[in-house]
Design a protein around this ligand. Structure first.
Ligand SMILES: *Cc1c(COP(=O)(O)O)cnc(C)c1O
Length: 226
């Protein structure tokens, strides 16, 4: 399947999921997750009208953003965990960061945002309490919100979660729990749903879905990582 066909199919499935939930399809943003994909794949998606892309690795984001700096309306979302020493790359080129899980990162990003709009941030929730995942437990998200909400240079807009990859229906209660936590905090953004489960995520209120493989196909392996 071509990238254009992948986008068409994902957009149709998003629209159908929105309709099932009685939601306006324009209330859900598609972030095309292009991590590890070559520039040519992003260019195919651009030609098919996609303008919002998600990247996990800070230097890869920096390099791709530089290569495509001439494209009008292009928006980069940094979606992966970040080390403070790489915050500068994200702060300079991204419009959103989806993996905020500690105050230190929020400070590092905000401090490097001078002269730009505040960076939209989603607090990452480790919704099933998995030891291997980043993000804060649901019970701790209110405390994190209180620690970062007033920092300069960032704007907390919502919560992000990536439940264990089982079957999509098993993710539903996790998505619902995240939506309820966001509502308690007065946050309207919900970044949830990937190739595995984006339709259920939309049914449960996602405002942003992060979809890679359904658009671009399988990812090339990460160089230098076993
Ligand atoms: C890679 C990644 C995605 C996209 O996953 P696909 O299975 O390719 O749709 C979404 N969110 C995060 C945080 C990711 O790292």
């Amino acid at each position: 399947m071509s990238v254009a066909d992948g986008l068409t199919s994902v957009r149709a499935r998003m629209a159908a999921a929105s309709a099932r939930a009685g939601r306006d399809p324009s209330s859900v943003t598609l972030v095309a997750v292009s991590k590890l994909q070559p520039l040519s794949a992003i260019e195919e998606a651009l030609a098919a009208g996609q303008r919002v892309f998600g990247e996990n690795y800070a230097q890869e984001l920096r390099d791709k953003a530089a290569a495509l700096a001439h494209v009008p309306g292009l928006a980069w979302h940094a979606i992966g965990p970040l080390q403070t020493n790489k915050a500068k790359y994200v702060a300079k080129v991204a419009t959103a960061f989806h993996a905020l899980d500690r105050r230190e990162i929020a400070e590092a990003l905000g401090a490097r945002r001078a002269g730009l709009e505040p960076l939209d941030c989603y607090l990452e929730v480790n919704v099933a309490g998995e030891d291997t995942k980043s993000g804060v437990r649901l019970a701790d998200v209110a405390a994190l919100h209180a620690q970062v909400r007033d920092l300069p240079g960032i704007r907390v807009v919502g919560l992000m979660a990536m439940p264990p990859l089982t079957d999509p229906e098993a993710c539903r209660p996790h998505f619902r729990a995240v939506r309820e936590a966001a509502a308690r905090l007065g946050l309207s953004g919900l970044s949830m749903g990937t190739t595995e489960d984006f339709e259920v995520a939309i049914e449960e209120g996602a405002t942003v879905v992060r979809v890679g493989r359904s658009i671009f196909g399988a990812r090339p392996p990460r160089a230098g990582v076993a």
